[in-house]
Design a protein around this ligand. Structure first.
Ligand code: ADP
Length: 627
């Protein structure tokens, strides 16, 4: 036995974030306090599963006691509730590290979200797995006694959830042979958690399907089973209720929203495995965190192996669940997990099934699919450029806002079905948000001809449109890039459009080019404009302007392709400028710079030289107003 005199009682303060979290927990009067038990049971189950996994390599850790279980006990007189497990346990350092600080990004996200939600934060607790600290919603003092598997020293951690905590060597008489005992000294408002019926009800509601048995210890020491710990995914579908699926989803994901989609099947044949997978209905807060790994748990014959194996492609990272293989060896090394042909085959199959399930939902349950797309469309679209093999399947389910969709959204098949006569391309505009996209002058000529344009406003859009060859044989074409080949498509106003004198137009274009010099690569007459005098477009073979903007934001530096200035020959202002050539060269030069600056403003940018632009504007206004 270790000499405990070397380790006297130590007092620690909580990390600042822990204090904040605790304060929030304790003061969220309306929250559903029941959830503390589900969090502690889930931690206990994880501890048992971790030990079972480590014991594959080191059976001595398990020793004689291979019956891993969670036991709950109450004392109605002392008003305590005890949650015990004979899992992996915690060393002194682990107690300090795990129960005094917050390592999890999800908890940080919770704190941020709770800060934003103000008084409504109580509802949020249920949506996140906020873990151990929720014990302080019901307890005025929490005593954790733990012995790490294989260690001869046990430790006690004690806190009132306010001042910090104490750690000291445990009294051997109270210490478990292995694992963790958490004793909650219930506060006055929470005394019913010291009653067996309450405990049974909560386990039934939230923890009936954790994959470790849960037992109740009666006053005489006999135990009663509350849940048998059998794997839900191994049961036939017909025996599983919607509530059971939902509860399992909550436990496996730490999210307690309603799953939008549940996929449960058993694969037989070359590889045998079970899959129970969910698509959440709510966006997790760390969806775009680059460090974020998938959340699918890998089991081998009911033994938990790892939760950080990439069992799904990156663009399905919002799915949650379990894959349980019948034919992988139990003693898989990290190395083997990474390049394993069986896992590769499983990954492929699960991806196919999930995609086809999403397609089915898209076809039959528009409202549910709408929610899924709203939450995860931007992630699914990453697959359009990361996974060329899946592109066609993803195109089938992708939804888009367009210039004609209004509040609804459209599929590419809808788009292609509504092509105008002679329209050979799928047009899109990239922008930061739908309002800016819709206000763009580049859309005018398309609107005038009734040509639908996809409004692409997710950052990922700028990437996949560049690599995708097209849909249904129609290439994707940015409306802000290259010449708008709209002439073949008849528009309502075509006949009415006044013919412009070709000679006059050519000399205007020359004059503008000379005036604007290096700022542009070309000036030309536009087919895409109706009511605006001018706009800027990207050259045919360079990157789209919005794409350049995104790249510049990430990597710094200037866009490298000079834009093309397109003018609207039918516009009164353009005609008036043309008429001044030869009579007022200074005014024409000012006008050239003004329309270039205006076109940049329409794209959400400032004129290149704002001071110079302002001086020109003053001069032209003074002239116009006779100042
Ligand atoms: P989470 O479980 O989501 O990581 P918690 O705050 O609930 O967050 O727990 C923090 C950590 O404390 C856990 O990750 C785990 O390492 C450890 N822990 C909690 N309860 C137990 C337990 N019963 N046995 C072993 N370790 C535990």
């Amino acid at each position: 036995m270790t000499d405990t005199s070397e380790h006297p009682k130590e007092t620690h303060a909580f990390q600042a974030e822990v204090s904040r979290l605790l304060h929030l927990m304790v003061h969220s009067v309306y929250s559903n306090r029941d959830i503390f038990l589900r969090e502690l049971v889930s931690n206990a189950a994880d501890a048992c599963e971790k030990l079972r996994y480590l014991a594959l390599e080191t059976p001595a850790l398990l020793g004689e006691d291979g019956d891993l279980a969670i036991t709950l006990a109450v004392d109605g007189e002392a008003h305590t509730l005890t949650i015990a497990d004979n899992g992996i346990g915690m060393s002194r350092d682990e107690l300090v590290e795990n129960l005094g600080t917050i390592a999890k990004s999800g908890t940080r996200a919770f704190l941020e979200a709770a800060g934003e939600a103000g008084g409504k934060s109580s509802n949020l607790i249920g949506q996140f797995g906020v873990g151990f600290y929720s014990a302080f919603m019901v307890a005025s003092r929490v005593v954790v006694t733990s012995r790490r598997a294989g260690s001869d020293q046990a430790w006690t951690w004690i806190s009132n959830g306010v001042d910090g905590y104490e750690v000291q060597p445990a009294d051997e008489a109270d210490a478990p042979a292995r694992g963790t005992v958490i004793r909650l000294e219930l506060n006055e408002e929470s005394r019913d958690y010291g009653e067996r019926t309450t405990v049974e009800r909560i386990v039934e509601t939230y923890s009936a399907h954790v994959p470790v048995p849960v037992r109740f210890v009666e006053a005489d020491g006999a135990t009663a089973s509350l849940s048998d710990g059998s794997a839900l995914w191994a049961k036939p579908k017909s025996e599983i209720t919607a509530e059971a699926y939902k509860e399992f989803y909550g436990n496996v994901s730490g999210q307690w929203d309603e799953p939008a989609l549940t996929l449960h099947y058993r694969a037989e044949g070359r590889h045998e495995y079970s899959v129970l997978m969910f698509v959440p209905s709510m966006k997790p807060f760390d969806l775009f965190d680059p460090a974020r790994k998938g959340h699918v748990k890998l089991y081998v014959r009911r033994v938990f192996i790892a939760d950080d194996v990439e069992l799904l492609p990156h663009w399905l990272r919002f799915a949650r669940g379990v894959v349980d293989s019948e034919d992988l060896p139990l003693n898989l090394s990290r190395e083997m997990l990474q390049h394993n042909p069986v896992l590769e085959a499983i990954r492929k199959n699960v991806t196919t099934r999930l995609l086809s399930e999403l397609a089915k939902t898209a076809a039959n349950e528009a409202e549910t699919f709408g929610k899924i797309w709203e939450a995860f469309g931007a992630v699914l679209k990453e697959g359009l450029y990361e996974d060329a093999e899946r592109r066609d399947e993803l195109f089938k389910i992708a939804r888009f806002k367009t210039t004609t969709s209004g509040e609804a959204s459209r599929t590419l098949a809808d788009y292609v079905g509504a092509l105008k006569e002679n329209q050979t391309k799928i047009y899109y505009i990239l922008a930061d948000d739908p309002a800016r996209a819709e206000a763009s002058p580049h859309l005018e000529g398309f609107r005038a001809r009734g040509v639908e344009v996809l409004l692409l406003t997710d950052p990922v859009d700028a990437f996949w449109v560049r690599t995708a060859l097209g849909f249904d044989g129609k290439p994707f074409q940015s409306v802000t890039q290259g010449a708008a080949d709209l002439d073949a498509i008849a528009g309502a106003e075509d006949e009415a459009k006044p013919e412009t004198d070709a000679g006059e137009l050519a000399s205007l274009i020359e004059t503008l080019k000379t005036a604007l010099g290096e700022r542009i690569s070309e000036v030309r007459a536009s087919a895409r404009l109706a009511s605006s005098p001018a706009c800027l477009v990207a050259p045919e073979f360079g990157p789209d302007k919005q794409f350049e903007k995104i790249m510049a934001r990430h990597q710094g530096g200037q866009p490298f392709a000079k834009p093309v200035l397109e003018i609207n020959p039918g516009h009164a202002l353009i005609k008036a400028i043309a008429a001044k050539i030869g009579t007022d060269a200074a005014l024409v030069e000012d006008a050239a710079h003004l329309i270039l600056g205006q076109a940049r403003i329409a794209d959400g940018e400032a004129p290149e030289d704002p001071a110079d632009w302002g001086r020109r504007l003053d001069r032209v206004l003074e002239k116009a107003l006779g100042a």
